[in-house]
Write a protein that binds this ligand. Structure first.
Ligand SMILES: O=C(O)CCC(=O)C(=O)O
Ligand SMILES: [Fe+2]
Length: 277
């Protein structure tokens, strides 16, 4: 579902807004998109461009994707650290551009989102995209009082007082290279997640309606009979072409997140996706 809250509703904060979304049964429709009011976006001001920051360094991963079934629909993603090791956003951008050049015809920025997703699934095993994942930090300026991902003010703050649960309550930055993807998963402790696109090209998300997760887990397990861990989807390495899930009767939704839009994932709501560039 897509929500376009008024400034009044939005400024009451995330907790209140989630209650409002839930009252509209948003979990049954997969991920929710929240488009913030213009006044809130204007208040962000001109903040840091992470691609120009010379002090924040990270080691991107290189993703390799292999087919895991016989009908071109289920894939296993493995990641290795980039051979150059730690780099700044600027170097990451250059490395990403080199990859895109090597793939020739497939410059993602030249495609609309339908062409892009078709191309993504079509060439998925031929590319090795780069992704800067789980980089601790935030771009939110401290003066932003509501929906600031570095201090969300959620229910968790009331039960965990005086410190933050590392990785659950602290924000991360993601630098998405062209065609980099994230595997199907639900969150640790089955919590919600919230994601804001600060800049760059879009991120395409797929999600399964809450309520279908057990069926989905059983369905996926059939394709990985050798997996010993019953919760192996938590290892975040499985990508599934949404078409096959639709054919098998799952409620799969696609959502394209553009600059300055939030995506909220629901507890038990499986989601996965790909960065355009
Ligand atoms: O952007 C990513 O790579 C992961 C996003 C995600 O799974 C989330 O925000 O819950
Ligand atoms: Fe997630």
């Amino acid at each position: 579902m897509v929500f376009r809250p008024s400034a009044t509703h939005f400024n009451k904060g995330l907790d209140k807004y989630i209650q409002r979304m839930e009252s509209k049964d948003s979990a049954r429709y997969g991920n929710a998109k929240v488009i913030p009011p213009k006044s809130w976006v204007a208040n962000l001001g001109n903040y840091e461009d992470p691609l120009e920051n010379e002090t924040r360094k990270f080691i991107p991963i290189k993703q390799t994707v292999q087919l895991a079934d016989s009908h071109d629909s289920i894939y296993r993603v493995t990641s290795s650290e980039h051979p150059l090791g730690e780099m700044t956003g600027r170097i990451f951008k250059e490395e990403n551009e080199k990859c895109v050049k090597n793939w020739k015809r497939e410059d993602p920025l030249a495609l609309d989102y339908r062409q892009f997703t078709r191309e993504f699934w079509h060439g998925i095993t031929r590319r090795e995209p780069l992704y800067g994942v789980d980089v601790p930090g935030t771009l939110f300026p401290p003066h932003v009082g509501t929906w600031n991902l570095s201090r969300l003010g959620t229910m968790l703050d009331e039960v965990i007082v005086g410190k933050s649960l590392e990785t659950v309550q602290t924000p991360f930055l993601y630098f998405g290279g062209a065609y980099s993807s994230f595997a199907a998963h639900i969150e640790d402790m089955n919590l919600y997640s919230i994601n804001f696109l600060h800049g760059g090209a879009a991120k395409v998300w797929w999600s399964i309606a809450t309520g279908e997760e057990i069926h989905f887990e059983k369905w996926v397990q059939r394709y990985f009979p050798k997996e010993k861990c019953p919760a192996f989807l938590r290892h975040k390495s499985v990508l599934i072409n949404p078409s096959i899930l639709q054919e098998c009767g799952f409620t799969v939704k696609v959502m394209v997140q553009e600059k300055h839009e939030f995506i909220i994932t629901h507890p038990h709501g499986y989601h996965w996706g790909v960065n355009v560039s």
